[in-house]
Design a protein around this ligand. Structure first.
Ligand SMILES: NC(=O)c1ccc[n+]([C@@H]2O[C@H](COP(=O)([O-])OP(=O)(O)OC[C@H]3O[C@@H](n4cnc5c(N)ncnc54)[C@H](OP(=O)(O)O)[C@@H]3O)[C@@H](O)[C@H]2O)c1
Length: 268
């Protein structure tokens, strides 16, 4: 989802890049990485924008080795080539109190295995000798890949009742906005290494409030039932609070405007 947005911007901005897929650069395979950097010398890269990751949060609980290989070992392998890196992490590294905007230096305490691997990846960056920028984001919505808006859209087309969680609070993040922001502040610029928080701005909402805004904008009339996270059976526990405080870069666009734009593009 996110990688595709970077390709579009790099093309538009005429930034030279390689975007190898898994068949050219398998991050779980050290030989594949070594082959890649034999053909494309590490010195020829200014930065890595590392959008790869294991993102199946529930499956991570039962497929721990695979999740760890992609989210932790692969980063260890990449960092060895000493190229400055922009890496992506998640609100799931935290278990913060409710009604609280989580600052960049807040203590990590992941509640699920996916979050645990992302936390360990952050530790690798913190202890590396390269320049690094770790961007924590949440609730990603994009044109490609699985996301909440698409799920709701599908159900709303079939006129089904929507049962949506009301006790997890955060802000959606549009992949296109995230990529624009990262290119502007972390690809074209090189601030001091550290953790960055990126969510769209606008009010923090529950998933159900987000869905209600979606229904309002798209003019759909599905009935919505509020449920608690405990009522759905999911293998991985989620944090109740996913509000990330961004104290390092200017505020990105409001998620309500980005949602309108996103829906307009979908229907175009
Ligand atoms: N989605 C969210 O809501 C969310 C929230 C917070 C943070 N993040 C973080 O944001 C980043 C981007 O997420 P996303 O939603 O764009 O993920 P995504 O759509 O699931 O894409 C992940 C990409 O990683 C690639 N990949 C996985 N294993 C690989 C390997 N061994 N070698 C090479 N490529 C591999 C996948 O390739 P294939 O297509 O070949 O599988 C896929 O293109 C991730 O670090 C994620 O943890 C996402």
């Amino acid at each position: 989802m996110l990688g595709t947005e970077f390709r579009k911007i790099f093309d538009r901005e005429k930034i030279t890049f390689l975007a190898p897929d898994r068949s050219t650069l398998d991050l779980e395979n050290t030989n594949s990485i070594a082959n890649f950097f034999e053909k494309n010398l590490p010195e020829s890269f200014e930065k890595i924008v590392d959008c790869a990751g294991w993102t199946a949060v529930d499956r991570a609980e039962s497929e721990r080795e695979k999740c760890e290989a992609v989210n932790v070992s692969s980063l260890k392998n990449l960092v060895a080539y000493k190229i400055p890196i922009v890496h992506f992490s998640t609100d799931y590294v935290f278990d913060a109190p409710e009604n609280f905007e989580i600052p960049e230096n807040f203590e990590r305490a992941p509640l699920n295995f996916y979050g645990e691997t992302k936390s360990r990846a952050e530790h690798i960056l913190e202890n590396s000798e390269i320049r690094w920028w770790n961007v924590r984001t949440s609730w990603l919505i994009g044109e490609f890949g699985e996301n909440f808006v698409e799920k709701i859209l599908e159900k709303s087309r079939e006129n089904l009742e929507l049962r949506i969680v009301a006790d997890e609070i955060g802000r959606p993040t549009f992949a296109a906005d995230l990529a624009e922001h990262v290119v502007k502040f972390l690809v074209k610029n090189s601030p001091a290494s550290g953790h960055f928080h990126f969510q769209n701005s606008g009010p923090a909402v529950s998933w159900v409030e987000f869905a209600e805004k979606f229904l309002e904008i798209s003019g759909r009339k599905n009935s919505v039932k509020k449920i608690t996270a405990a009522e759905i059976s999911r293998a991985a526990k989620r944090p109740k609070n996913s509000r990330l405080k961004n104290s390092k870069t200017p505020p990105p666009p409001d998620w309500r405007e980005s949602l309108e734009k996103f829906l307009k593009n979908l229907s175009a």
